[in-house]
Write a protein that binds this ligand. Structure first.
Ligand SMILES: Cc1cc2nc3c(=O)[nH]c(=O)nc-3n(C[C@H](O)[C@H](O)[C@H](O)COP(=O)(O)O)c2cc1C
Length: 167
């Protein structure tokens, strides 16, 4: 059976970390996966399934990811089993910010039609200033690291089933 591809962009390492967890998880359940930075991918033809991940910066996906999706939309359309977006304030912040991030997600979804799309909580390196907590609507006691392994495992179960049913 062909391998799956987990392709990601990451600025500070957490999306990469989640991509590695996803790759290991899929392998454990019988689907071998290459975990690669999207810049290093030249051809997606040899993969049985594609999973893509990128973080949110400034309420939208990082520009590198948007560019990658726009440039490869024809090759990717309908072939992406899962899209995962990584964001820090998506789940805990004000609704208005979630709405802005959802617009970015919808734009990507429209371009490549992933079978499944999710948002994972990410991690920041240091506490935000009080005014930013207020602006974003998050408590000053919110942990810096919100990466939830149980949620990632659960998503991998769904994606694993999707991949197996398509093969
Ligand atoms: C410059 C910058 C801008 C960010 N903007 C947002 C944002 O608009 N919304 C959000 O939920 N998280 C935001 N974050 C948090 C990141 O999405 C989060 O830290 C994520 O885990 C980063 O992924 P990475 O480590 O793969 O780069 C921002 C982080 C940075 C460094």
């Amino acid at each position: 059976m062909k391998k799956a591809l987990v392709g990601y962009f990451s600025k500070t390492g957490s999306t990469k970390e989640i991509a590695v967890i996803i790759g290991a998880n899929l392998a454990k359940k019988g689907t071998e996966a290459d975990v690669l930075e999207l810049e290093k991918i030249t051809n997606t033809d040899n993969y049985s399934a594609i999973i893509l991940g990128a973080p949110i910066n400034g309420m939208r996906h990082i520009p590198e990811f948007i560019k990658f999706v726009e440039e490869n939309r024809n090759a990717l359309d309908g072939k992406v089993a899962g899209l995962f977006t990584v964001a820090y304030i998506y789940h805990d912040g004000r609704k208005i910010w979630r709405g802005m991030m959802n617009k970015s997600i919808a734009k990507i979804q429209k371009l490549i039609n992933p079978a499944n799309s999710t948002v994972f909580a990410g991690r920041i390196d240091k506490k935000m200033p009080a005014f930013a907590n207020l602006l974003f609507g998050i408590g000053s006691d919110l942990p810096l690291d919100l990466i939830n392994h149980a949620e990632i495992d659960k998503w991998c179960e769904e994606i694993g089933k999707l991949i197996k049913s398509a093969n």
